[in-house]
Design a protein around this ligand. Structure first.
Ligand code: HEC
Length: 148
């Protein structure tokens, strides 16, 4: 599910396929595809207005600690507390006014994608992301700067 791209009908509803997370968050580090645009979340942390320039995500490794507890809050706005919240965001992408930088891969035929998740699919995605658990991203100096 994480790897396979979704198949959409003309109205942006997923009819088959996976849910395409790896299109942007690719193994082995599950860091962001450099050509990625906005994923649809356009707020600014603790401020009014919109930010349509933030198109990077940290690695999806170590989103949760080895004991299963969250290393979130997630997303640059810090407003999504759980993996279920983040997955829910991708389930129904909103074409927000002013977001001229939405990644077209999230808007098939120009319509915000609707992944139509089942509950077992959400649970399976969470379980997969939990297999990437740990704290290495926060403590290993190899991750300390993206500029070396
Ligand atoms: C079109 C590219 C794209 C696709 C497809 C995509 N993402 Fe993302 N993802 C992003 C971008 C860009 C961000 C950073 C957004 C921000 O902070 O504003 C992000 C952020 C995240 C984060 C937050 C990471 C953190 O540390 O805060 C999680 C979790 C995540 N994505 C999971 C997923 C899952 C699960 C899927 C599949 C259902 C998925 N993504 C599909 C582009 C994508």
């Amino acid at each position: 599910m994480f790897l396979a791209p979704p198949v959409f009908d003309a109205t942006g509803n997923r009819t088959s396929g996976g849910v395409g997370c790896a299109i942007c968050h690719a193994a082995p580090e599950f860091d962001i595809d450099p050509n990625t645009k906005k994923n649809g979340i356009i707020g600014i942390l603790n401020a009014a207005g919109i930010d349509i320039t933030n198109t990077r995500a940290p690695s999806l490794r170590d989103l949760v600690k080895s004991n299963g507890s969250s290393n979130g809050l997630f997303i640059h706005t810090g407003n999504l507390a759980t993996l279920q919240n983040v997955i829910g965001h991708y389930g129904s992408i909103n074409l927000a006014p002013g977001n001229t930088n939405l990644d077209p891969r999230l808007a098939p035929n120009g319509v915000g994608q609707k992944l139509n998740f089942t509950a077992p699919e959400v649970n399976a995605l969470v379980a997969f992301i939990q297999t990437l658990s740990g704290t290495n991203v926060y403590v290993d100096t190899k991750w300390s700067t993206p500029f070396k």
